[in-house]
Design a binder for this molecule. Structure first.
Ligand SMILES: N[C@@H](CCC(=O)N[C@@H](CS)C(=O)NCC(=O)O)C(=O)O
Length: 231
């Protein structure tokens, strides 16, 4: 759970997540931390503006703190600093037991994560498109792209045991959390019908939402509001 206020001595030893005041590229990491029970401090840079960014971001960029002039950035108490949201997610997952058992399960986690990222990219096409093309892209997502991807995830989930557990191995991994974030993105944006033929995947998302750390985070006043894709 993020600490945005509180005991100074405790905060000094916590890792710090620096990001804008939104879900964005930090949200999967926040959920991974929630699942793993990792406490961290958040340095919030304000609400992102595509041209002006934010004063706090611009000030930070003028220092040497951001490896790629972008956020999120994760910093640990000893000064270890990491950029790139996927690298941070993997690092936290690896350190806190959410990367499966052994190299093969880790590789499968990577495989699922890469595929979830492809779905994310397909959804983001709506953002990049001219307003008059957005309806066409939405229809394509609803009718073919999402059902195709979700059918793959459904099959893999059912093949891993009976489909009533996790996507990789016998325990929760960051790949399960990534699938949950994907589910939220799809359903929040009115495309949830794509799950119609995926009962195991739907039930998986419901189980993930009910996991104690995640459920606490979802109900927390710290969570930023959903950012919907443009219509
Ligand atoms: N691939 C990077 C992308 C990082 C990125 O582009 N972050 C945006 C915010 S989501 C940013 O910092 N933008 C700074 C800018 O617009 O100058 C990641 O996943 O961390």
């Amino acid at each position: 759970m993020p600490a945005r206020r509180g005991d100074k001595a405790r905060l000094m030893s916590l890792p710090t997540l620096t990001y804008f005041s939104s879900r964005g590229r930090a949200e999967l990491l926040r959920l991974v931390c929630a699942e793993a029970g990792v406490a961290y401090e958040e340095k919030l840079l304000g609400v992102y503006h595509p041209v002006d960014k934010t004063p706090a971001f611009n000030a930070l960029k003028a220092t040497d703190v951001l490896p790629f002039d972008a956020v999120p950035v994760w910093e640990e108490a000893d000064g270890f600093r990491l950029a790139q949201s996927d690298a941070i997610v993997r690092h936290v997952a690896r350190e806190h037991g959410l990367y499966g058992h052994g190299t093969r399960e880790a590789a499968r986690c990577d495989m699922i994560f890469a595929s979830v990222d492809e779905v994310r990219t397909a959804l983001r096409a709506i953002v990049a498109a001219a307003p008059e093309k957005r309806g066409i892209i939405r229809d394509e997502l609803a009718q073919s792209i999402l059902p195709r991807w979700l059918a793959h995830f459904e099959k893999l989930l059912v093949l891993n045991g009976d489909g009533r557990g996790f996507i990789v191995g016998a325990g929760a991994t960051f790949a399960d959390v990534a699938l949950f974030v994907m589910f939220e993105n799809i359903t929040d944006n009115g495309l949830g019908a794509a799950y119609a033929l995926c009962p195991a995947l739907t039930a998986h998302a419901e189980r993930m939402a009910a996991r104690p750390g995640i459920a606490r985070y979802l109900a927390s006043p710290h969570r930023f509001p959903v950012q919907l894709l443009p219509r």
